[in-house]
Design a protein around this ligand. Structure first.
Ligand code: ADP
Ligand code: ZN
Ligand code: MG
Length: 472
């Protein structure tokens, strides 16, 4: 039997508000354990939650950017569970009235993924196992605002899921509502996956994969889980509805718990928070103030800079990369050359160092100067790539580096001419080959001249000098 994979995603995104969702504690990542807590976020008796208006604003901005219908009135619910990392014993979430419903994310190929809902809820703390084997609780993250974005079961492959997450991440980063750093847990994703016979419409029994900390892990886990379910079904078995934990080190998943139903969580309306209402004027004002989003920026790069669709798509896929590109162009770099450098050398250098675009050490000024030197003939393209590698991490002064290493492009035609003559004299066989019609010999001789001039000569001038002398 051929099986079709069906996937729906639940993505949790931490909002980058200054304070937590229901108290005034700072929401920042990375503080020493248990230094950002109060009675509200740790659930002490008598402490009352107060809704953070900035978190509502960020959630509404996200809902609008994802094309959701925004609730004019919304409420909160308590979801009970034994959470060792959430001492209240329940999570405040939105079961009945999510702040957004029925949106869409468009994938690069143009297909739209349906967003069933977007709701606001609080995060739990973190459990850390120490070297001594003891597990300790850090409650700093308790009460940090999250939005959970739930898609319809609209994906059929790992590639589509990754494309969706990249598009979602770009949108939220452009909005400035989250940094979406997967390595810091500010974007986390649960994968619901089932199989069905190809061509069938009914959904099969699904499992839910948790603990996926990178796009790579998500893609691997999806491939692995599809194959695991296919093997179960091929042997006449039935997939068990359960939550599975992915282990990146072992490259496999294992059953974590059987899936609870909503009833098991003993949801109840949150009694300490009144229903909230959003006015039309408030929503309209936020809609009017939305920043430029990735799709709009992509279109602008094509019209304003004359870039092709691929370049525009690649540059805008990460806000930090697009910002870097624009700043470099604003400093005078021609857009097409700049796009080539950013999508070539810059991306390569980032990936070699395992860095995200947001951590780019190179300054726009440095790249603009390097491109400028190539444009005006001060450096040849190959030497410029060497200088790029040398200054990437420090953004050291390009002109100084070029001077100190004597890398200026050699454009002196007398000097190049002499080198060409020497190369011809030293390689009579190549000269004869060329004159007998072997064009290829030209390339060899040009290479010899370039080498004798330390790779720094203007390649066009060298080509001209060699050809002239061969054809004399
Ligand atoms: P729950 O109440 O268990 O969280 P939801 O209906 O909210 O279930 O769905 C959670 C996620 O699982 C959604 O992204 C949804 O698209 C996805 N999903 C639901 N059923 C299936 C299925 N049979 N196969 C794959 N994904 C599914
Ligand atoms: Zn607090
Ligand atoms: Mg759900």
């Amino acid at each position: 039997m051929t099986w079709e994979t069906v996937i729906g995603l639940e993505t949790h995104v931490e909002l980058s508000t200054a304070q937590k969702l229901f108290c005034r504690c700072p929401a920042a990542f990375g503080a020493p354990p248990n230094t950002q807590c109060c009675g509200v976020c740790t659930g002490l008796p008598g402490a009352l939650p107060v809704l953070n208006a900035q978190a509502v604003e960020y959630a509404v901005k996200a809902a609008l950017a994802l094309g959701c219908t925004v609730a004019r009135r919304f409420t909160f619910d308590r979801k009970h569970y034994f959470y060792p990392d959430l001492p209240k014993g329940y999570q405040i979430t939105q079961l009945r009235t999510p702040i957004g419903r029925d949106g869409a994310v468009t994938l690069p190929g143009g297909r739209a993924v349906h967003i069933a809902e977007l709701h606001l809820e609080e995060d739990a703390g973190k459990l850390k196992r120490g070297d001594d084997g003891a597990v300790r609780c850090d409650y700093n993250r308790c009460g940090v605002p999250l939005i959970e974005i739930v898609t319809a079961p609209d994906f059929s492959s790992a590639e589509e899921v990754v494309a969706y997450l990249e598009a979602l991440r770009a949108t939220l980063q452009y909005l400035g509502v989250s940094d979406c750093k997967m390595q810091e847990g500010s974007l986390r994703c649960d994968v619901n996956l089932s199989l069905r016979p190809a061509g069938s419409r009914a959904l099969g029994t699904r499992t839910e994969l948790k603990n996926l900390a990178s796009l790579k892990a998500i893609a691997q886990a999806i491939k692995h889980e599809s194959a695991r379910q296919a093997a179960v079904l091929e042997h006449g078995g039935a997939v068990t509805r359960e939550t599975r934990r992915w282990s990146e080190d072992e490259g496999r998943s294992c059953a974590a718990r059987s899936k609870e139903d909503a009833l098991d969580y003993r949801y109840l309306p949150e009694p300490d928070l009144p229903p909230a209402a959003l006015s039309e004027a408030y929503i309209a004002a936020l809609a009017a103030r939305q920043p430029e989003l990735p799709g709009q920026r992509r279109a602008r790069y094509q019209t304003a800079y004359g870039l092709g669709e691929y370049d525009a798509e690649m540059l805008t896929s990460q806000k930090a990369l697009a910002d870097f590109f624009e700043e470099t162009v604003a400093l005078g770099a021609p857009p097409k050359q700049c796009a080539n450098w950013v999508l070539g050398e810059v991306l390569r250098a980032l990936s070699a160092r395992g860095l995200e675009a947001a951590a780019l050490p190179l300054s726009p000024r440095t790249l603009a100067r390097l491109i400028g030197l190539v444009e005006t003939g001060g450096l040849n393209r190959n030497t410029a790539a060497v200088v790029f590698d040398a200054v990437f991490d420090s953004s050291a002064d390009v002109d100084e580096y070029v001077r100190a290493h004597a890398l200026e492009q050699i454009g002196d035609t007398d000097l190049i001419g002499r080198a060409a003559e020497e190369a011809l004299a030293a390689n009579p066989k190549s000269v004869a080959d060329y004159r007998a019609g072997k064009e290829k010999a030209l390339g060899f001789l040009v290479g010899q001249v370039m080498r004798s001039l330390g790779g720094k000569a203007d390649p066009h001038a060298v080509n001209r000098a060699v050809r002239e002398r061969l054809e004399r």
